[in-house]
Design a protein around this ligand. Sequence first.
Ligand code: CMP
Length: 142
Amino acid sequence: NQLTHVTLTNYSKSEESRELIQKALLENDFMKHLEASQILTIMDCMYPTTLAQGCCVIQEGDDGSTVYVLEEGSVEVTKGEQKLCTIEPGKVFGELAILYNCTRTATVTEDVNCDKMTDRPVYSDGLRVIMQQSGPLKMQLY
Ligand code: CMP
């Protein structure tokens, strides 16, 4: 099995960031079914990056497997013309495409009503491996 040979890269981060990510993963309806060790692995693999102001983070219908945990600011989730929700810090987003192996289910943009720069979400490229190895999660999805 090729998957077992994928090397995951750990990114060191502050205790505060680790707690934020872990809490976000444990509060997410889908990710919380992962084993504790898998949550820790995903947390280790996530690394800080910034969302450029005014930029579209995720476009509905695109391919993509990046999962984000918002650290500051807020983002808006829309589908077509409809606004679905606002995502606040400490929340996971972008998890559905990889969990269901589908294209992005909605568009995520910076919240225009939030004057604070949207900053430092963290994301993981190793997540696909974890997802494919995850028995409990697979059961839940099928
Ligand atoms: P994904 O489909 O990968 O990319 C768009 C993201 O928007 C999706 O993952 C979820 O994280 C989020 N999203 C989609 N639909 C909703 C919804 N109804 N409520 C809240 N968040 C959503």
